[in-house]
Design a protein around this ligand. Sequence first.
Ligand code: KIV
Length: 277
Amino acid sequence: MNVKNTAVTFREAKEKGEKLSMLTAYDYSTAKLIDESGVNAILVGDSLGNVVLGYEDTISVTMEDMIHHGAAVARGVKNALVVVDMPFMSYQTSVYDAVVNAGRLMKEGRADAVKLEGGAGVCPQIKAIAGAGIPVMAHLGLTPQSINAFGGFKVQGKSEAAARALIEDAKAVEAAGAFSVVLECVPAKLAKLVTETVGIPTIGIGAGNACDGQVLVYQDMLGMFSDFTPKFVKRFANAGEVMREAFGNYCREVQAGTFPAKEHEYGISDDILEKLY
Ligand code: KIV
């Protein structure tokens, strides 16, 4: 029998050396399918800005977007931990804003936990949100909301100073009360060191396989999003191709008049029909 994943079962998994799986989802039907796969967590990522809303980055994503998609996902999930991203400027502005907005993601977006980007600089926010009883997942390394400060999508933590800063940030978010931390686009050996240093599970994306868990954007791993494919993405299926073919077949059948066929029709008695002529 599958059990509900929680911030507590995440910590227990690390203690037992069990790997954690997380995938993104943004809608009810996909969340239901992913939940049925036995995944540990579903992330309603602000990557929805890219893969669902078609923005170039995650900067324009709003609290209303996250609430709307979070609640849709939560309705489809039974066992996975539903983590909803705090969008750009919903927590950076103040500790007060962070707690109010994390609370909205729980109450209106039906999140089980929230995720926010940053290290020592956002620890007051992590402490306050966790203090309000809301599990917080941190996010270090390449943090897409800071893409303009990074000057593009680049691997993080490559210099000695940057690597040390990343380790210190990981320790800081743990001390502030985060129950888990995402490491994005970090050299595999550095991610291993962080994973061995902190007591909370590390969830990697482009951070090698020594992390305690992994996360991927589902459109990337299914080959449904081709605007940009990072090196760390593995295609587990080519659903994009399957969908394109199916859409094309549908158009051709409609044009040829072969769809709908008899088996897709509803009947009416001939007696009634005759009276209508
Ligand atoms: O928004 C997102 O999908 C994420 C993952 C890439 C970790 O933050």
